[in-house]
Design a protein around this ligand. Structure first.
Ligand code: NAD
Length: 225
């Protein structure tokens, strides 16, 4: 059965709340406590967790470290994820320099660009490589994800380069819809593209949604998370 994307987003929120509880030395929680902190209903919390198993004891709630460990496992955050960043301009450099990703096992394995002024630069502990070297790099190193931080009109081609190199997960920061190429004008999607997962991060889209909901607050369905 498919699981709503919003449920996975909420799992990430519950995990963040559990991390906060742990730093506050709170050892037990409940679906109603998590619900209040996440701004959703207790029924929603139980339903979201039930997709993946039974993590608490009826009437007893949850043990914070146990539920945290289970969510880390469900989300796959207990394994190493090797990431390449494609496009090392303002955003790519900001991402590479942001320390939060290493809280979990996200590791920047390679940084790529095409600009002669950026290729060869040292950022954190990595030297920015040219896109021409992407395929060979992915062949020789484990790469699980590619972050796309190139200009919008370069994003589709850069995504194609990632897919051609064998990368199957793309976090796209460019405000464009990444699409499988139409093969010979047919509707066929290649096996490579069929296996690709694209997640979009777009703060400009968030600004537009915010503008709409400030003007139409009564049309907002879900509470803030
Ligand atoms: P930038 O111009 O500073 O950097 C883009 C970099 O991509 C440059 O270094 C350029 O040389 C490189 N590049 C160009 N073509 C390439 C290719 N084919 N392969 C590899 N590298 C290539 O731009 P920026 O401000 O860092 O923005 C990058 C992208 O992120 C844009 O699409 C922008 O719209 C988007 N953006 C998204 C958010 C967000 O919240 N999602 C926020 C800001 C910017």
């Amino acid at each position: 059965a498919e699981i709503p994307t919003a449920a996975i987003s909420r799992l990430v929120t519950y995990l963040r709340i559990l991390e906060q509880l742990e730093t506050q030395d709170v050892s037990r929680t409940s679906s109603s406590d998590l619900a209040e902190r996440a701004g959703v209903s207790a029924f929603q919390v139980r339903k979201d967790l039930a997709y993946f198993g039974r993590f608490g004891t009826r009437g007893m709630g949850y043990t914070v470290p146990v539920l945290k460990r289970e969510l880390v496992r469900v989300l796959g955050l207990n394994q190493t994820w090797n990431v390449v960043i494609v496009g090392m301009g303002r955003l790519g450099q900001a991402i590479a320099n942001y320390p939060g990703a290493s809280d979990y096992q996200f590791q920047y394995a390679g940084l790529f660009d095409v600009s002669p002024s950026i290729v060869g630069q040292q950022i954190r502990n990595l030297t920015v490589r040219h896109m021409d070297d992407l395929k060979a790099f992915v062949a020789q190193n484990t790469v699980d994800m590619g972050f796309l931080a190139v200009p919008p009109d370069r994003a589709q081609d850069a995504a194609q380069a990632l897919v051609d190199a064998g990368v199957r997960g793309i976090l796209n920061f460019a405000p464009v819809v990444i699409q499988p190429p139409a093969e010979n004008g047919a509707q066929e999607i290649s096996d490579e593209w069929r296996a690709v997962i694209v997640e979009n991060v777009d703060f400009l889209a968030g600004m537009k949604r915010l503008a709409f909901y400030i003007l139409n607050p009564h049309l907002k369905d879900a509470p803030l998370t």
